[in-house]
Design a protein around this ligand. Structure first.
Ligand code: ADP
Ligand code: MG
Length: 339
């Protein structure tokens, strides 16, 4: 008899996990932006070179990390966001898996600079293919900057599989928009190859939607607002005459997290009942707030699908609310810019 089973070395395990978490530059953008938000940042910058293939950098003004935490942040399953299994069913942060930084560091050159407000000096760590190559004290401002260079440098098959810069940039913009729409109170900046793409000031929901999609959007929006015991529904739907042939401006957020749900989409489309042209899709920006313990987010690594305890009731509530608001708009159009 001979034994043949071995535990994989960490850097191999990380590379395998990276395959799930990091499909393309946009996945890195999502993870870094979410970490910046979880750190309580009020100002977040995203800098890109070559559609993120050469550089993805996120700079925040959040709470930063201690020197020890800065090293720990690259370990797999290392997180400050949950401690025990029950926490999974009461999440108030975007992250909780402790996998993103470990995965990213396994397949790119990463430079982390971070400083907590209470500290004089910050920490700079460089890591390549899961190995720390340098660690220094540096003087830097409060917050964290993570630069991810040469994504998939050690997995040529994945790198070659990336699409054109135009396509990869489109994916990044999609992720950026989702995060920016989920957090209108946070200021965001996005630069690509030294050109400004977005410059979003801290604002309210309506203004954020308008600054992302253009001033024409303002007149299209019908406000939605309904609070019940099981769900709060806020946001906007676009008037039926502005519905589109193409999908794309359909956004659901649940507890400030962008999610995809064909089930809830159906509820909204259904509420437009007869108001839509055949084959067109309504635009909407809908923010659902539910008790954290009534949803399960841990069903997919990218966390864009979630399970609701009260799916049927949500469907009914959403449909009724949108229908009601559309009806109201027909008699009295609302154009309150300060909502
Ligand atoms: P998760 O977000 O699931 O905890 P990550 O791998 O994304 O896992 O991050 C690991 C840990 O590193 C986080 O739990 C957090 O403590 C710390 N961290 C990551 N990014 C930042 C940041 N921008 N500011 C402060 N802390 C951060
Ligand atoms: Mg994270």
């Amino acid at each position: 008899m001979s034994d043949i089973i071995q535990l994989l070395p960490d850097h191999v395990a990380n590379q395998i996990a990276a395959g799930e978490v990091v499909q393309r530059p946009a996945s890195v953008v999502k993870e870094l932006l979410e970490n910046a938000i979880d750190a309580g940042s009020t100002n977040i910058k995203l800098l890109l070179k070559d559609a993120g293939k050469t550089l993805i950098q996120v700079i925040d003004n959040g709470k930063g990390m201690s020197t020890t935490d800065a090293r720990m942040s690259f370990e797999r399953h290392a997180t400050s966001k949950i401690q025990k299994a029950e926490d999974l069913f009461n999440l108030n942060t975007k992250g909780f898996r402790g996998e993103a930084l470990a995965s990213i560091a396994a397949i790119a050159h990463v430079e982390l600079k971070t400083k907590q407000d209470s500290e004089e000096l910050g920490t700079c760590i460089k890591i390549e293919g899961s190995k720390i190559v340098s660690q220094d004290f540096i003087s830097t401002s409060k917050g964290t900057s993570i630069a991810v260079k040469n994504l998939f440098y050690n997995i040529p098959a994945r790198r070659n599989f990336l699409k054109s810069d135009t396509v990869e940039t489109r994916h990044i913009i999609d992720e950026f928009q989702r995060v920016a729409l989920a957090h209108p109170n946070i200021a965001f900046l996005m630069h690509h190859n030294d050109n400004e793409v977005y410059h979003l000031k801290s604002s309210n929901l309506r203004k954020r939607i308008v600054s992302v999609f253009g001033t024409k959007m303002n007149e299209k929006l019908v406000p939605i607002n309904e609070q019940t015991d099981i769900v709060g529904i806020e946001g906007f739907v676009a008037k039926p005459e502005f519905s589109k042939r193409k999908r794309g401006e359909q956004f659901f957020f649940v507890n400030d997290r962008f999610i995809k749900s064909s089930y809830l989409n159906h509820a909204v489309v259904n509420a437009f009942d007869g108001l839509l042209e055949q084959g067109s899709h309504p635009s909407y920006f809908l923010y659902l707030t539910v008790p954290a313990n009534t949803i399960d987010i841990n069903i997919h690594p990218t966390k864009t699908e979630i399970k609701f305890d009260n799916e049927k009731a949500l469907y009914a509530m959403l449909r009724a609310t949108v229908k009601h608001s559309l009806g109201q708009y027909n008699v009295a159009p609302v154009l309150d810019f300060n909502r």
